[in-house]
Design a protein around this ligand. Structure first.
Ligand code: ARG
Length: 441
C-alpha cells in the first residue's frame, strides 16, 4: 500500500527513514483500542449522514472481524506498516476494498492515537488497581494473623517503641490505599475523548464528537482541539501513580531484605520465593524483594523520561509524542509484575515472633516512663532528662517484662495508635476500602 501521504510525497520513503520512524513494534499493543475507536468513529460518521448505511456496515464488519482476531491474539497486518493505525487501515482495505478509504474521514492519526492511549490507560489503571488490591489483601491477611505479635518499632533504624506487627504491616496497606486513589485519579484524567479534534483544529465536516464519546463510554469530551491532540497529562498521571507505587514496594522490599538477615531474623522467606547462590552452598537470598527494589528505578525513569519528552513541546501534535508509548507500556508491565510478585512473596512469609521479642528491651518503655512522671506533675522536659540519664551508659538494656510491653500497647490504644482496639479498627477500615477502581468507577 502506498504511504498515507503519497499524494503530496509520491517518491516514497527512504527505507532507512521507514525503519527509523516506524512504531509498530511498540504500538501494536494498541490495536484493539484502535479498532474500537474506529468502530465508534464509523458509527458517528453514519449517524451524521457522512457515510451511508451500506458503507458504514462494510467498514464495521471488516473492523469487527479484525477486532475478533486481535482479541484472539493474532496480528493480522503487514509487519512493515509504519504504525498500528496504518497497519489496521491497510488490512481493512485489503479485506473490504476501497470503501475502507472512508474510515479516516474527519479524523487524523493525532486524535486517533490520543484516543487509543486514553482507552489503554483506562484499562491499565483498573488492572494496576486490581493488583494493588491483591497485595493489600495479602498484607491484611498477615496483619490480621499477627495482631498479638510485637516487635520493636524503629526510628533512625534505632529501637524506639514497641508496636504490633499488624500495625507495621498496616502502614503499607494505607500507603497502597493512596496508590489506589492516585490510580483512580489517573483513570479519571484518561476518561476523556479527543476524537473530533482531527489533526489539531477539527474538520469542516459535520462531525458529532459527543456521539463518538458516548459510543466509547468515555465520561468527558475535551473542550479544546489543540489540547485534545497534545495532552499527555493522563499518561504522566499514570506514570506518577506507578512510580509512587513502586517506591512503596521498594520500601517494603528493603524491610523484607533487612528482616530476613540473620542479624534481624524477623521473617523467613518461603524457599520457593528465595534463590540460592551459584558458589556459596549455604546461601538463601531474598532476590524477589531485591529485584522489586531495583526495578522501582525503572518506573521512576519512565515518568522522568516522558516528562522530558513533554518539556518544551510546542502545541499541538509533534512526532516526539510517538515516544510516549514505550514509557507507558514499560511502566505498566513493571508495576503490575512487581505488585504480583510482592503479593506472592508477602502471602508466603513466616514471621518469627521469638526473634522480634528478643528486641523488646526496657529502652522501648523509656518514653512511657517519662510520661508517667508527667502524669505525676513533672514538666515533660524534666521527665525526659531524668529518664534519659538512666540510659546514658546502658550499652545492652535488659529484656522488658512481657506484661509491661502489653501494658504499654494498651496505654497507647487511641486512634492511629498501636493498641489492640486501634489495630482492629484499622484492619476493619482497610477491609472496607474500595480496592478496585471498578468498585467505585
Ligand atoms: N505513530 C504516531 C504516534 O504514535 C501516530 C500519529 C502520527 N501522526 C503524524 N502526524 N505523523 O504518535
Amino acid at each position: 500500500m502506498p504511504d498515507l501521504w503519497s499524494g503530496r510525497l509520491p517518491g516514497g520513503l527512504d527505507p532507512e527513514v521507514r525503519r527509523f520512524s516506524s512504531s509498530l513494534d511498540v504500538d501494536w499493543r494498541l490495536a484493539a483500542y484502535d479498532i474500537r475507536g474506529s468502530l465508534a468513529h464509523v458509527a458517528m460518521l453514519q449517524a451524521t449522514g457522512i457515510l451511508t448505511e451500506r458503507e458504514a456496515h462494510s467498514i464495521t464488519d471488516g473492523l469487527a472481524t479484525l477486532l475478533d482476531e486481535v482479541m484472539g491474539g493474532a496480528a493480522p497486518w503487514n509487519p512493515e506498516a509504519e504504525d498500528v493505525h496504518s497497519a489496521v487501515e491497510e488490512e481493512l482495505t485489503r479485506r473490504v476494498g476501497p470503501v475502507a478509504g472512508k474510515l479516516h474521514t474527519g479524523r487524523s492519526r493525532n486524535d486517533q492515537v490520543a484516543l487509543d492511549l486514553h482507552l489503554y490507560v483506562r484499562d491499565a489503571t483498573r488492572a494496576t488497581a486490581a493488583e494493588v488490591g491483591r497485595l493489600a489483601r495479602a498484607l491484611l491477611t498477615q496483619a490480621d494473623a499477627h495482631q498479638e505479635v510485637v516487635l520493636p518499632g524503629y526510628t533512625h533504624m534505632q529501637r524506639a517503641q514497641p508496636v504490633p506487627l499488624a500495625q507495621h504491616l498496616l502502614a503499607y496497606v494505607f500507603m497502597l490505599s493512596r496508590d489506589r486513589e492516585r490510580l483512580w485519579q489517573a483513570y479519571q484524567s484518561a476518561d476523556r475523548s479527543p476524537l473530533g479534534a482531527g489533526a489539531l483544529a477539527g474538520s469542516t465536516l459535520p462531525l458529532d464528537p459527543e456521539r463518538s464519546r458516548q459510543e466509547l463510554g468515555l465520561a468527558h469530551l475535551y473542550e479544546n482541539s489543540l489540547d485534545a491532540v497534545s495532552d499527555r497529562d493522563f499518561l504522566l498521571d499514570y506514570l506518577a501513580a506507578a512510580a509512587q507505587c513502586m517506591l512503596h514496594l521498594s520500601r517494603l522490599a528493603e524491610e523484607l531484605v533487612l528482616w530476613s538477615t540473620r542479624e534481624f531474623g524477623f521473617v523467613h522467606i518461603d524457599d520457593g520465593w528465595a534463590t540460592g547462590s551459584s558458589m556459596m552452598p549455604q546461601k538463601k537470598n531474598p532476590d524477589v524483594a531485591e529485584l522489586i527494589r531495583g526495578r522501582s528505578a525503572r518506573t521512576l525513569a519512565d515518568f522522568v523520561g516522558l516528562a522530558t519528552v513533554m518539556k518544551g513541546l510546542p502545541l499541538s501534535y509533534n512526532r516526539d509524542l510517538q515516544e510516549d508509548k514505550a514509557y507507558v507500556f514499560h511502566a505498566a508491565d513493571t508495576v503490575m509484575a512487581a505488585l504480583s510478585a510482592m503479593s506472592g512473596l508477602v502471602a508466603h512469609l513466616t514471621f518469627d515472633a521469638a526473634a522480634m521479642a528478643k528486641g523488646l528491651t526496657t529502652e522501648l518503655l523509656a518514653t512511657d516512663e517519662a510520661e508517667a512522671l508527667v502524669r505525676d506533675g513533672l514538666p515533660f522536659r524534666e521527665a525526659h532528662a531524668r529518664i534519659g540519664v538512666r540510659f546514658r551508659d546502658l550499652q545492652d538494656p535488659p529484656a522488658a517484662d512481657r506484661a509491661a510491653i502489653h501494658a504499654s500497647l494498651h496505654a497507647r490504644d487511641r486512634k492511629m495508635g498501636p493498641g489492640p482496639n486501634s489495630v482492629r479498627d484499622q484492619i476493619a477500615k482497610a477491609r472496607r476500602l474500595p480496592w478496585d477502581i471498578g468498585e467505585i468507577g
